[in-house]
Design a protein around this ligand. Structure first.
Ligand code: GAR
Length: 187
């Protein structure tokens, strides 16, 4: 089977960029976002990749947004969906439809610090080591089986931006290595 990789991102897309710059690039069929202003979309367009937006703010109900996102995903028939800085929860129907084919990258050593503020929560807890995790997506929030992790030391004086930047530096390599491995398994 030929791998068809679809990535979803909400923000600046610097982690997505690492995948665009890797040998996984040739397997990417589309990049999607929940925000039409996500810089991630511009990065993908610049790389010559098809993009789509299902803007959360265009929908009055989460269920309608989820359905529209699922339809957009279905259109590309992905063998692998990569949440690369995607800041919304996928609905259970989408997770079930693509079970075992959705991965997420998260900026903490799960199961510690799940959720949207992982870096802030790690700093507040005073841990000396944190990191990032790539895991399979299940119906929970950052709860699915762990595929791989990498550790990052917290430095004295770190704040949210400085720590997140060092985590992302490691996260880019981790995500590329997992995506590359999964593509190789498909082919
Ligand atoms: C990454 O650190 C990713 O793990 C995180 O957003 C960042 C995206 O950075 N995702 C989550 O926190 C999901 N809960 P980027 O926009 O620079 O690629």
């Amino acid at each position: 089977m030929t791998a068809r990789v679809l990535l979803l991102a909400s923000g600046s897309g610097s982690v997505l960029q690492a995948v665009l710059d890797s040998k996984a690039r040739s397997a990417i069929v589309a990049v999607g976002s929940d925000r039409s202003d996500a810089f991630a979309l511009q990065r993908a367009q610049h790389a010559g990749i098809e993009v789509f937006t299902v803007d959360f703010s265009d929908y009055q109900e989460r269920a309608a947004w989820s359905e529209a996102l699922r339809a957009a995903i279905d259109h590309y028939q992905p063998t692998l969906i990569v949440l690369a800085g995607f800041m919304r929860i996928l609905d259970p129907t989408t997770v079930r439809a693509y079970r075992g084919r959705i991965i997420n990258t998260h900026p903490a050593l799960l199961p510690s610090f799940p959720g949207a503020h992982a870096i802030r929560d790690a700093l507040a807890a005073g841990v000396r080591v944190t990191g990032c995790t790539v895991h399979w997506v299940d119906e929970g929030v950052d709860t699915g089986p762990i595929i791989d992790q990498a550790a990052v030391r917290v430095q004295d004086g770190d704040d949210e931006p400085t720590l997140h930047e060092r985590v992302k530096a490691v996260e880019r390599d981790l995500l590329v290595s997992v995506v590359t491995r999964l593509i190789e398994k498909t082919e």
